[in-house]
Design a protein around this ligand. Structure first.
Ligand SMILES: Nc1nc2c(ncn2[C@@H]2O[C@H](COP(=O)(O)OP(=O)(O)O)[C@@H](O)[C@H]2O)c(=O)[nH]1
Ligand SMILES: [Mg+2]
Length: 398
């Protein structure tokens, strides 16, 4: 079967029109006609088309090597080919499971995920990778939802991934995306993935990078990475996207805070959000201020002068302007070659950070290190041993 055949069954027109959200979702029909429990990835209020369409697609295209008449067990182990074919067939359920696989910390899952990614790599790179940051409450989720709707209604396929360091540090999320982007999540051409939980920011970053690639292989042509603006994570997201948007709000000296933390320097586009109602004059003043500031800052992308625009995620004002500016950005960096060179550099930088992470992991996992580490810590803390001598001694020749 050709690739075209795979895709054909998953084209938009084969998807039944969505039913009103209030309607009770019918149980998913198994291939043999028996009702099947709702899969766990289906939102509580998903429309009928959401799930039945998927099951249908797998059956008719014979994807993932399933026998046509046999019902698929709910959590059947997928092979490398199951993942690869399912993702390329744009099956969101398989995409979700591929991301879960890539997020796993188990070595066996990691190996499988790398095999899947290697096979999918030729199908990646065709999206616009856009990072969005802003302080909590700036309106990121509302804005992404508004932008997402505008994009899907214009024929784009949008994936939204979140990096939320609070979910790894405190075990709770301050993004609250599950609530905010529910409506966009019901769009057949939108895919929303909350931040992976657990692990370091570096671990979360690796998982998000791999999720970007998987989403691209699944045919999403816009991948938005949302992160909350609380420090180091903006730099991390900047290093995995093509274009970086900073969402700001007027007043409370927030714009100055952003400047001090060096976040504005990372921005290819500044969006002053909540430009609605009686907040508009303050936003216009903030815009003028930001334009002045931007003038003195180094530009993160060669050949591109970052604009400052007004928007309201609530009324939709400026949302299409933001997308138009995004289009101009990509046109520019494609012409200058900046897009390609940035991505090449990012991939190499990523490899190096993976090397560091892996070496560190192996070092602390060594038996001799485990046995001597706390004694060495004490010696260093007591001032009996210089830190460098202790470090070199522990590292040894291993
Ligand atoms: N007036 C106004 N309120 C907004 C706008 N965008 C978001 N909000 C509100 O600001 C609050 C925070 O929005 P949210 O999207 O959760 O911000 P996030 O923390 O950056 O993701 C919510 O109460 C939104 O309804 C806007 O453009 N105008
Ligand atoms: Mg949010």
């Amino acid at each position: 079967m050709s690739d075209d055949d795979h895709h054909h069954h998953h084209q938009d027109e084969s998807c039944p029109p969505p039913k009103p959200a209030t309607e009770k979702k019918p149980p998913v029909q198994r291939h043999d006609g028996c009702p099947q429990p709702r899969p766990d990835w289906v939102p509580e209020d998903a429309t009928g088309g959401f799930a039945t369409w998927l099951v249908e697609g797998v059956r008719t295209s014979g994807v993932a090597g399933t026998a046509p008449k046999r019902p698929v067990p709910r959590r059947r182990q997928l092979s490398v080919n199951d993942y690869v074919e399912g993702v390329l067939a744009r099956n969101p359920m398989v995409l979700g499971r591929a991301i879960t696989l890539a997020e796993s910390n188990s070595p066996a899952h990691r190996a499988l995920a790398q095999e899947v990614l290697t096979k999918l790599l030729p199908h990646t790179g065709k999206s616009r990778r856009v990072g969005i940051t802003g302080i909590p409450g700036a309106g990121k989720s509302t804005f992404i939802e508004s932008l997402g709707f505008s994009l899907t209604s214009n024929g784009h396929r949008v994936a939204v991934l979140a990096i939320d360091p609070s979910s790894t540090i405190h075990g709770g999320s301050i993004l609250a995306d599950k609530v905010r982007m529910e409506k966009l999540g019901r769009e057949p051409n939108a895919f929303i993935r909350p931040s992976p939980s657990g692990g370091s920011l570096g671990g979360v970053a690796r998982k998000t990078r791999e999720a970007i690639l998987l989403c691209e292989a699944a045919g999403y042509d816009v991948v938005i990475v949302e992160t909350v603006g609380v420090g180091q994570n903006e730099v991390t997201v900047r290093s995995m996207v093509d274009m970086f948007l900073v969402l700001m709000i007027a007043g409370a000296g927030d714009e100055m805070q952003g400047i001090k933390k060096g976040v504005i320097e990372l921005a290819d586009l500044l969006v002053i959000n909540k430009a609605d109602g009686d907040n508009v004059p303050r936003c216009i003043a903030a815009q003028a201020e930001m334009k002045r500031v931007l003038h003195y800052l180094q530009r993160p992308t060669e050949g591109w002068e970052p604009p400052a625009v007004l928007a309201s995620a609530l009324t939709g004002r400026g949302v299409d302007d933001v997308w138009r500016t995004t289009g101009e950005f990509f046109k520019t960096v494609t012409l200058t070659g900046g897009l390609q060179s940035r991505r090449r550099a990012q991939a190499v930088e990523w490899m190096h950070s993976l090397i560091l992470e892996s070496l560190k992991e192996r070092f602390y996992a060594r038996d001799d290190v485990k046995a001597r580490l706390s004694a060495m810590e004490n010696a260093v803390a007591d001032g009996r041993l210089p830190p460098l001598a202790a470090a070199l001694d522990l590292i040894g020749n291993g």
